[in-house]
Write a protein that binds this ligand. Structure first.
Ligand SMILES: [Zn+2]
Ligand SMILES: [Zn+2]
Length: 361
């Protein structure tokens, strides 16, 4: 059932190539935006979504139409020719069940309070749906396992669009945040990232965009969809310019502030080839509350990205020390001992020892 759905409507193919060359395909999400306004999403009483009790099969409400659009947008409701009505039918029940399973909720098949709360949370705009073929444990890879295929050692360049920036953060602040975000991934895979001055030739192109910005995936204003990016080797990483992006919550007081580093780490995961995880502590979990910080890689994230690129066999003690001094939080993802213990790799065990050393000095 899931495979049938994926082949019809779930992904945007930016590069048109034969199906057999699936590694060259770029996946994103269905082009129909959800119709939940930011006001409806951000209102804890669900005003506009008349959910005052659990809604289940057989019901028909105004809100069901919106929920159908939302679930369709994020890949849970397979409709060939979408005609969203207000009937809570068996397809919607199945879609809600899938959504609850994917997001780690209690599986009730109803629009209950927990499910509605999750739906109303700000989140990544990339579809949650990926066929089960490449699912291992909880992390998910895009169909065809697309990854960056370069001569080793892999070095990817990134740059910021000079025309799509935000005025309330300094360039240095944003660059510092992304340097830390890239360092988190580079610490666990044999891929390094280097900022380039030439935006046009960079592998990974980062920018802040408003509303409809030409890729068929319009942003929706404050909260709601925060950002989106594309699977390898597109390299596009877009952030919603309407958000109040925060680099430091001690100085940013907005209640709707969104942690830039957490979202950067998440979107870089997509750029590298990871889809959404159902582990709530993973950076690849699709939603992020305002003022929440979730930038440390989870074991699930590490296992996922290492399934694509292998582990960082060339991590040198000196390099780690340099990264510790130059990227203040980059080492934090290596510090938790369970990361090393979770792997059978002796090399990772060596990383564990180095981390313990770093904790002692
Ligand atoms: Zn995402
Ligand atoms: Zn975009």
């Amino acid at each position: 059932m899931l495979m049938t759905f994926s082949s019809h409507s779930s992904f945007l193919f930016l590069i048109s190539l034969p199906l057999c060359i699936s590694i060259k395909m770029t996946y994103s999400f269905t082009p129909n935006p959800p119709r939940l306004s930011s006001v409806e999403r951000n209102d804890g009483n669900f005003r506009g979504l008349d959910i005052e009790r659990d809604v289940d099969r057989g019901s028909n409400t105004f809100s069901v139409v919106k929920i159908k659009r939302y679930l369709h947008y994020f890949g849970y409701l397979p409709l060939q020719n979408p005609s969203f009505d207000d009937q809570f039918d068996s397809e919607l029940e199945l879609a809600i069940t899938r959504y609850q399973s994917k997001l780690g909720l209690s599986i009730t098949g109803k629009l209950d309070i927990n499910t509605m709360s999750q739906i109303l949370e700000p989140r990544c705009g990339v579809s949650d749906f990926a066929p089960g073929k490449h699912v291992t444990r909880r992390y998910v890879l895009f169909p065809g396992r697309p990854r960056w295929t370069r001569h080793k050692p892999i070095v990817l360049t990134y740059a910021f669009s000079p025309d799509h920036f935000i005025d309330y953060l300094t360039s240095n602040d944003v660059r510092r945040v992304f340097k830390r975000a890239f360092a988190r991934w580079a610490a666990v895979i044999p891929v390094s990232f280097r900022e380039a001055s030439d935006y046009g030739f960079a592998d990974i192109k980062i920018g802040f965009y408003s509303g409809d910005h030409g890729d068929g995936q319009p942003f929706d204003g404050v909260l709601g969809i925060l950002a989106h990016s594309f699977s390898p080797e597109s390299g596009k990483l877009h952030l919603d310019a309407a958000e109040r992006w925060a680099v430091d919550f001690s100085t940013e007081e907005s209640k709707v502030a969104v942690d830039l580093e957490s979202v950067a780490v998440h979107e870089i995961g997509h750029v590298l080839g990871l889809a959404h995880s159902s582990i709530k502590d993973a950076v690849m979990y699709p939603s992020l509350k305002p003022r929440e910080k979730r930038a440390d890689l989870n074991t699930d994230d590490i296992e996922g990205v290492q399934a694509l690129y292998g582990s960082n066999h060339k991590l040198r003690f000196g390099a780690l020390l340099r990264s510790e001094t130059s990227v203040s939080s980059g080492v934090t993802l290596l510090r938790p001992c369970w990361i090393g213990l979770a792997s059978s790799s002796s090399l990772l065990f060596m990383q564990l020892c180095i981390n313990c050393f770093l904790l002692l000095v």
